[in-house]
Design a protein around this ligand. Structure first.
Ligand SMILES: N[C@@H](CCC(=O)N[C@@H](CSC=O)C(=O)NCC(=O)O)C(=O)O
Length: 293
């Protein structure tokens, strides 16, 4: 483990008795400057004498940034009441300046898919999994009153894929998991096939390690005994276009003996009004499991 560098505060805002901060730091994993955000509840030790608080990492989807969840998901009020911090990451490196990086909205900039690319020209900078696991989480738990032993993960769409796959790949780090409208089987949908071909190459055997459905199918026992919560809107155009495929993840959970609460909501689309409508249930799902750790 290398020496962690203290992040710089870009802006700070009082929020529901706690503090919303936006940061930048020079990332060794990405090789570029990265931005992230943290909401600290009033119970954290920057507000009163006390210990470290549990935290929920919220991963956003395609075209989003570290700001999106904090601005649109409406999570801070209940997180403040539950005494839980919120952490958000950006969705890709910025300023890598790679050819083709900005050609489409579902690959490259804003579309890092929370994995480490193995293919050039992406492999040097597109290392979002190593960044989150080895740099972002150690940084926030080292420099802020966040308890590294009580971290949960959730996310939306591409961020839901990130939440499910990072939780399944790092169950020692993430003690609870949930997702909103997640890309549940990327090897079997257009978004995932495009991203995995670009970042991981043509060999589909390399894809399974980053596919939530494949990872769950390969599990010998339920990886999350506390259960996984997954919400899906039935008026979501990306669900209708077969980009999300929650039914495949549901079948994989059944075969692994993993308890999954998959809620299908009539009338809800893919956007943040859907996320905000069910965010409280997700925060309570995580709070219950993280308090118990
Ligand atoms: N530009 C796209 C739409 C992009 C989009 O809908 N992004 C979603 C995530 S999709 C999966 O990861 C999102 O969260 N957008 C931010 C928002 O505020 O809604 C198109 O042309 O369809």
């Amino acid at each position: 483990m290398y020496q962690l560098i203290a992040p710089q505060i870009i802006s700070e805002h009082a929020c529901f008795g706690g503090t919303q901060r936006f940061f930048r730091h020079d990332s060794k994993q990405i090789g570029l400057s990265m931005r992230f955000s943290v909401f600290l509840p009033p119970t954290s030790s920057i507000h009163k004498a006390g210990g470290k608080v549990p935290a929920l990492l919220l991963l956003a989807g395609l075209t989003c940034s570290e700001e999106t969840m904090m601005v649109k998901a409406g999570a801070q009020k209940l997180a403040a009441e539950l005494g839980m911090a919120l952490i958000t990451s950006d969705t890709s490196p910025r300023d890598a300046g790679l050819p083709g990086e900005d050609d489409s909205w579902d690959f490259g900039l804003g579309a890092g898919f929370y994995l480490d690319a193995t293919q050039q020209p992406w492999a040097n900078h597109y290392r979002m999994e190593s960044y989150i696991i080895n740099e972002l989480l150690p940084t926030v738990s080292n420099f802020l009153p966040i308890d590294a032993q009580r971290i949960g993960i959730s996310g939306h769409s591409m961020g839901g894929h990130g939440a499910l796959t990072l939780a399944l790949r790092h169950p020692d780090i993430f003690k609870s998991v949930s997702a909103f409208a997640a890309i549940c089987a990327p090897s079997q949908c257009d978004w995932g096939r495009k991203a995995f071909t670009g970042y991981l190459g043509d060999d589909i055997n390399a894809w399974a390690a980053h596919d939530a459905t494949a990872l769950m199918k390969a599990s010998k026992a339920a990886p999350f005994p506390g259960g996984i919560l997954l919400d899906q809107g039935l008026a979501d155009k990306f669900f209708t276009q077969q980009q999300l495929l929650p039914e495949l993840f549901e079948a994989a959970c059944a075969s692994a003996g993993q308890v999954l609460t998959l809620r299908r909501h009539a009338g809800y689309d893919h956007g943040y009004y859907f996320i905000a409508s069910f965010m409280a249930d997700h925060l309570r799902h995580h709070a219950a499991q993280l308090q118990a750790v």
